[in-house]
Design a protein around this ligand. Structure first.
Ligand code: FE2
Length: 392
């Protein structure tokens, strides 16, 4: 048992979890005394489902005034500003964000932006010149994919693509959604490629938080629990997309990955994922799924060479949580972890970065903007460039 040092656990949403949990939405809105509700969605696929129509009917029947805003792809500052204007015009007093990680981030950002006097861009970390005060409309997050865990975190990722692009966070403790309603039945229609990419994002977050230099006994327990549920669920969600039990396992793993990243930080994969995502529109989960095996392999090889026992022990524990055929000591278990991740990668069958227009010429700029500050070992810029190049 490791010694207990001082640590903090940030605020979490009230969690309503399980098949059919969405029926509690109207009741949950009522708890906040809201009258006018903005429903934020992503690209629109949820709007073609019967669940969407039932939801609107139920919310309207409970006497709420509804308006809605549909985002498209990962949120931009212009999108957030437009949706916030929409919210102010309709005197909205609560935001419900339904969709994938981008829709949940958009909803969180809109809740805050509706209370801000200037463009959201002025409040982004590393971009703007102002700090958020934490003032926000209450936000209820209803994820329909299992990936980023955005329903549990205090930041919303905002992107701008291109030469002067960025992928930066709007961040404040108060931006954690008040409530997360996680209903795995809403995940059943998630396309295979999205389930694969977002599932590997969640797994990456759990692994990176577990080996992070900022990990705590609290996040350790959650990370291993999340990996154990992912172990039994990831392949099944891809092979049997209608399996609600498997969807529940991944949804739970994703939620825990959000709590873990908020409290333990992440590693090199996520350090590179933001600058890669600022170059071109590669889904975040595709970036993580591509970089996880190559990064873990390099980290384990370095840790073995340098006899970094803590790091080896931690990857061995990840292997034992994520696969049930891991035998032997920590050194052999950590080596087995590399194979486990390669097997997951093969099942996921994700495109490489080049499929989205990313080229080897983009690598230098990405490496310059990459931070691996909580990663358990250090790599040179050339080593990081080699890892990214191998996935172009
Ligand atoms: Fe992530």
């Amino acid at each position: 048992m490791e010694k207990l040092e001082k640590f903090t656990v940030g605020r979490q949403p009230t969690l309503v979890f399980g098949a059919g949990a969405i029926v509690d939405l109207a009741k949950t809105v009522a708890v906040y005394g809201a009258r006018r509700v903005l429903i934020v969605t992503g690209g629109g696929s949820i709007r073609r489902t019967s669940a969407w129509h039932n939801l609107l009917a139920e919310l309207s029947a409970s006497g709420l005034d509804l308006c809605d805003y549909s985002g498209d792809g990962e949120p931009t500052a212009a999108q957030v500003d437009a949706a916030a204007e929409h919210a102010r015009k309709h005197s909205v007093d609560l935001v419900v964000a339904i969709g994938g990680g981008s829709a949940v981030d958009l909803g969180k950002a809109v809740g805050a932006a509706a209370r801000m006097p200037d463009s959201i861009e002025r409040y982004l970390e590393g971009v703007g010149d102002r700090e958020p005060t934490g003032e926000t409309l209450p936000v209820i997050a209803v994820p329909t994919t299992a990936g980023t865990g955005a329903e549990a975190t205090k930041n919303a990722v905002i992107s701008r693509l291109g030469a002067d692009g960025y992928k930066k966070s709007l961040r404040h403790d108060a931006f954690v959604p008040r409530v997360a309603i996680i209903d795995p039945e809403l995940h059943v229609g998630c396309p295979r490629e999205v389930s694969a990419a977002s599932g590997l994002d969640a797994i990456t977050q759990l692994v990176e938080a577990y080996v992070s230099t900022k990990a705590t006994p609290f996040t350790d327990a959650l990370a291993l629990s999340g990996l154990a549920y992912a172990a039994g669920s990831f392949r099944r969600t891809l092979a049997e997309p209608g399996d609600v039990g498997a969807r529940a396992g991944m949804a739970y793993a994703a939620y825990l990955s959000g709590v873990c990243l908020a409290n333990a930080g992440l590693g090199l994969v996520h350090g590179a994922a933001s600058p890669i995502g600022a170059v071109c529109a590669i889904p975040h989960g595709v970036v993580c799924g591509n970089l996880l095996p190559v990064t873990v392999t390099a980290t384990i090889e370095k840790a073995l060479r340098e006899n970094e026992t803590r790091v080896i022990n931690r990857y061995a524990a990840c292997a034992r949580a994520l696969a049930d055929d891991v035998v032997g000591d920590d050194v052999s278990a950590s080596r087995r972890f590399i194979d486990v991740l390669l097997e997951f990668e093969e099942v996921a069958d994700l495109p490489h970065f080049g499929a989205y227009g990313f080229t080897a010429g983009d690598v230098e700029r990405v490496v310059r903007d990459t931070s691996g500050k909580n990663h358990p070992v250090e790599f040179s810029a050339d080593q990081i460039a080699g890892m990214i190049e191998s996935r172009v």
